[in-house]
Design a protein. Structure first.
Length: 85
């Protein structure tokens, strides 16, 4: 069985203190709302990637953005991107 992403979590490392909330998921991807201490709210949309080595779904790292993950400031635009996955 594959371990799913958490619905809510607090970031660590380079996203320490960021609060992540899953808004939508599908067989192809995810949409998370991200609240940051200084920058407010943005949205992260990304394709579902299974880490077969650990049998989990991996949240994308910063290097993945622009490849299979996107940071979007506007909620409506984030929904559009999610629906394109």
């Amino acid at each position: 069985m594959i371990k799913e992403l958490a619905i809510e979590f607090i970031g660590r490392g380079e996203v320490r203190g960021f609060f992540f909330t899953q808004l939508m998921k599908s067989n192809k991807g995810y949409l998370y709302q991200v609240k940051t201490p200084y920058l407010g709210i943005h949205y992260e949309v990304f394709q579902k990637i299974i880490n077969k080595r650990f049998n989990i779904i991996s949240y994308p790292r910063s290097a993945s953005f622009g490849i299979y993950a996107w940071c979007i400031l506007n909620y409506e635009d984030a929904i559009k991107k999610f629906n394109q996955l």
